[in-house]
Design a protein around this ligand. Structure first.
Ligand code: IMP
Length: 509
């Protein structure tokens, strides 16, 4: 006969945190929200972490290029979806990596004998107001000067004039030499009051450009996560079917993290995939496994010693109908509590700490807070990000309210059969495990995160926690009765206008 667990399958909404001592020396701005992505306690492996404990889901309606850029700039990470061709996923990863580097390869260049008219066209097409002039008009050609929109007047100068008659010639341009650090380049920009610094090779070829606006931008995003070459970090989803082709291409494109996108990761297929990647690419590439909902599933993936973080959650996603369709899954809180307890025991036994990601089903900011208190190191969300300006879908207006489409990977629309058929031969979706829906547009990634993270820090203050690891240690959690859930709302008052905070906190429910 089947084994029946004694515990009920529970959700985050059934729990509350009990306040602990808030210390006089605590300050909300000093709270550290950094979260590990790689295993800790493994000798010789490089460590990777984020500055906020949030990643976006491996989904078509969520993790595209714009969202990946916006989230990395806020300190989190996107997992670019894998339910697309290898080429287009690689292209997205490359775009994120190219988005902002201290040293940028010049995208718009011109020859000295081109006309001002063609400079104007190039400026309009590229949106750039500073154009390097190289002998052959290529990004790495011999550098001869710079032309900007200040060097000629569109309605005064003859647009048939040649670039070389209007440009600032190399002899008068302040430039840096290849090998210079970004700090030194910014110092040159500052000292000479310039907006753009060309970097030249010893032979005088254009190597890159450094912009003042990028420096300013960086100061305004102090939490952004960057790699050693000052490029934004990005994750990429992978599946158990084509990893031998997809993974090398993604690593070559610069993906910083690989994340298995599977509804059930407690499989030998996933283990084969992880083992293959480790064998080919060594210990430093960060690999996320999952999803699991039990200590047994955690042990299977963790004990291999091959995965970095493990995702927890089956059937809780806002667009998910897996539990209805297949009778498989577990309340997200119960799953997380069991896996986190096992993870902590595993750490005691081995000295290896495996970060956990709570994936799906977070309906509001309070539930993010609860997931982190219960033992998740970071959370993965789909709906939360689908509702932002930067998600890769178009806005539509319904009855005067703006919405965005949001669909599951298990829908006929997404056709992500790889996520649901580990080891199965059918290469199509036989039945759906997700729905195709709309969500309200709530604002930009920066705006929604500002509220969420402020609430998280505020709760951490209540618990006397300075960082997320002390938050877990300090957390004392109680189950709530149905009556105390009623008590948690307002009672016996008339509300005439909805308050903006409440609107945001339930994310449009
Ligand atoms: P959300 O944050 O509640 O919207 O949940 C997002 C999570 O749902 C994803 O990270 C996946 O783990 C999961 N998911 C994505 N698509 C589907 C689907 O079609 N069916 C079931 N779960 C899905």
């Amino acid at each position: 006969m089947a084994k029946i667990l004694e515990d009920i399958s529970r959700t985050f909404a059934e729990y509350l945190l009990i306040p602990r001592l808030t210390r006089r020396d605590q300050h909300i701005d000093a709270i550290d929200l950094s979260a590990p992505l790689s295993r800790e306690g493994v000798q010789g492996q490089e460590k990777l972490s984020m500055n906020i404990p949030i990643v976006s889901a491996c989904m078509q309606a969520v993790s595209g290029t714009d969202l990946a850029v916006a989230l990395a700039r806020q300190g989190g990470l996107s997992m670019i979806f894998c339910s697309q061709s290898i080429e287009s996923q690689v292209d997205m990863v490359k775009k994120v990596k190219a988005h902002k580097a201290g040293f940028v390869t010049s995208g718009a260049n011109i020859k000295p004998d081109a006309s001002l008219r063609s400079v104007l066209e190039l400026m309009n097409a590229s949106g750039h107001s500073t154009i390097p002039v190289t002998t052959d008009g290529s990004p790495h050609g011999n550098f001869v000067g710079l032309i900007t929109d200040q060097d000629f007047w569109e309605f005064e100068d003859n647009l048939d004039n040649l670039v070389q008659a209007h440009m600032t010639a190399k002899a008068d341009v302040i430039y840096g030499e290849e090998g210079i650090t970004l700090r030194e380049a910014n110092q040159l920009l500052h000292r000479h009051k310039k907006d753009c610094l060309p970097i030249l090779s010893l032979e005088g070829r254009l190597s890159a450009l450094v912009f003042k606006k990028d420096y300013v931008d960086h100061q305004m995003h102090p939490l952004e996560i960057l790699d050693d070459n000052k490029r934004l970090r990005v994750g990429a989803a992978i599946n158990t079917h084509d990893y031998q082709d997809r993974v090398p291409a993604l690593i070559e494109a610069g993906a910083d993290v690989l994340c298995f996108d599977s509804s059930d990761g407690f499989t030998e297929f996933q283990m084969d995939g992880v083992a293959w990647i480790r064998e080919q690419f060594g210990p430093d590439i960060v690999i996320g496994g999952g999803n699991v909902v039990s200590a047994e599933g955690f042990d299977y993936l963790a004990m291999s010693g091959l995965v970095d973080f493990i995702k927890v959650g089956i059937g809780g996603g806002s667009i998910c109908i897996t539990r209805e369709q297949k009778g498989v899954g577990r309340g997200q809180a119960s799953a997380l509590l069991e896996v986190a307890a096992r993870r902590d025991a595993y750490f005691e036994e081995t000295g290896v700490y495996v970060p956990l990601c709570s994936d799906g089903g977070l309906a509001n900011d309070t539930q993010i807070v609860m997931a982190l208190a219960m033992g998740a190191d970071f959370v993965m969300m789909g709906r939360y990000f689908a509702m932002t300006e930067e998600s890769p879908t178009s806005k539509i207006s319904i009855n005067g309210q703006m919405y965005k489409p949001y669909w599951g990977e298990g829908t006929l629309r997404a056709q992500n059969w790889q996520r649901y058929s580990e080891g199965m031969s059918s290469r199509k979706m036989v039945f759906e495990e997700g729905v195709d829906a709309f969500v309200p547009l709530v604002g930009t990634v920066a705006e929604v995160l500002e509220t969420t993270l402020h609430k998280l820090k505020s709760t951490m203050m209540n618990l006397g926690a300075d960082n997320l690891s002390s938050f877990k240690e300090q957390a004392v959690i109680t189950l709530v009765s149905e009556q105390s859930i009623v008590e948690a709302g307002t009672s016996n008052v008339f509300k005439f206008s909805r308050n903006r905070d409440a609107d945001e906190s339930d994310w449009g429910n």
